[in-house]
Design a protein around this ligand. Structure first.
Ligand SMILES: Cc1cc2nc3c(=O)[nH]c(=O)nc-3n(C[C@H](O)[C@H](O)[C@H](O)COP(=O)(O)OP(=O)(O)OC[C@H]3O[C@@H](n4cnc5c(N)ncnc54)[C@H](O)[C@@H]3O)c2cc1C
Length: 320
């Protein structure tokens, strides 16, 4: 089947030449929207879970050969897939990227230590593990439901910290150049909710800086953050903040939207959250088109009223 200039059969044949076993694991019309926290949107032309860096490289080789676009998905907490799906190959990191290397904190309070973590580990899992080991500095991660890979790409953050504060380096595969290696944090240009990483980069692991703390103190801070999130953010189907704050630390997208009275603004199956104006909620079984329609109106209204042009934080797949 052809998809915008490439052919799934050619892609699968290309993988098969290199690894017949991996080719068997490729799904056509693979779940994509379903893998996101929005839980709406269509399929990808193909999907595959990889279980080593070698697998990743050969998926990249086969995709390049036939011109297939590739995207990696982590926890899908910052992704919206169009109702018509996406014409590329969606890649998930398998169990090989689900590990945490850390020892119980030992030494003087505040002493630095290093934590190793696989690219698909969920930030809340890492945060809670650190608390149980008495390692401080990563408490904020408990409130961000993404993976380490997605968090590096987005320079995720909250509660006064972000990835750039603790990231030492990453192991990254470049699917375009067919290379893999370590890159220091300073090479990634981490800025507010952005990085120099593109769609062809896959973060396989990261090393983070923590400090020696007390189990009770770190655990208390984690629980405070969980409580704050429950009080201030809605549950349900969303991707967290939809727009990047136009002037980080000074002008918040949520406040601009709220000041225009857009809380509760609805189109079809999507609406601006009443609880947090930078969240757009989707109904169960809703349409991604409705979410982007709400985004478009919000962006226009904010731009007309304030001159700020809101940039989408959520990563969009399959939209024009
Ligand atoms: C309720 C809620 C609250 C949130 N709160 C916050 C918050 O406080 N702060 C904040 O910053 N964000 C927040 N988010 C957004 C989101 O959790 C973060 O952006 C998170 O880092 C995304 O990680 P992910 O694995 O889910 O990425 P995905 O949505 O899977 O992917 C996002 C982007 O990262 C890329 N990507 C994914 N995995 C990798 C990888 N291994 N290597 C390279 N690129 C990769 C994808 O291709 C895509 O471009 C929130 C989301 C929700 C639903």
């Amino acid at each position: 089947m052809r998809h915008e200039g490439w052919n799934v059969d050619e892609f699968i044949a290309g993988v098969d030449e290199r690894s017949p076993q991996l080719a068997l694991a490729i799904a056509r019309d693979a779940p994509f929207g379903r893998l996101t926290t929005y839980r709406i949107g269509g399929t990808a032309a193909a999907g595959v879970e990889v279980n080593s860096v070698d697998d990743l490289m050969l998926v990249g080789d086969a995709a390049r050969e036939c011109g297939a676009p590739v995207a990696v998905i982590g926890r899908g907490s910052n992704t919206l897939v169009s109702d018509g799906g996406w014409h590329g190959v969606v890649v998930r990191l398998g169990a090989f990227a689900e590990w945490i290397h850390a020892e119980p904190a030992d030494g003087h309070i505040g002493e630095p230590l290093v934590v190793g973590v696989g690219g698909s580990v969920a930030l809340p899992v890492l945060s809670r593990r650190m608390a149980s080991l008495g390692i401080a500095g990563l408490e904020w991660m408990v409130g961000v439901p993404g993976s380490i890979g997605g968090a590096v790409r987005m320079n995720a953050g909250g509660h006064g910290a972000d990835m750039a504060d603790s990231l030492i380096d990453v192991e990254v595969v470049d699917l375009q150049l067919a290379t893999s290696g370590r890159r220091g944090c300073e090479e990634l240009d981490l800025a507010f909710r952005s990085s120099a990483l593109g769609g062809h980069h896959v973060v396989v692991s990261a090393r983070l800086r923590g400090t020696v703390g007390e189990v009770d103190d770190v655990s208390r801070r984690v629980e405070e953050i969980v409580k704050w999130r429950r009080q201030h953010q809605p549950g349900g189907q969303n991707c967290g903040s939809v727009f990047v704050n136009p002037v980080p630390g000074e002008v918040s997208a949520g406040e601009l939207i709220a000041e225009l009275g857009l809380r509760g603004f609805r189109i079809g199956t999507a609406e601006v959250s009443a609880k947090h104006a930078n969240f757009i909620q989707a109904d169960s079984g809703g349409l991604a088109d409705d979410v982007v329609a709400v985004m478009a109106v919000v962006r226009d209204r904010v731009s007309e009223a304030t001159g700020f042009v809101l940039r989408s934080e959520v990563q969009l797949f399959g939209f024009n």
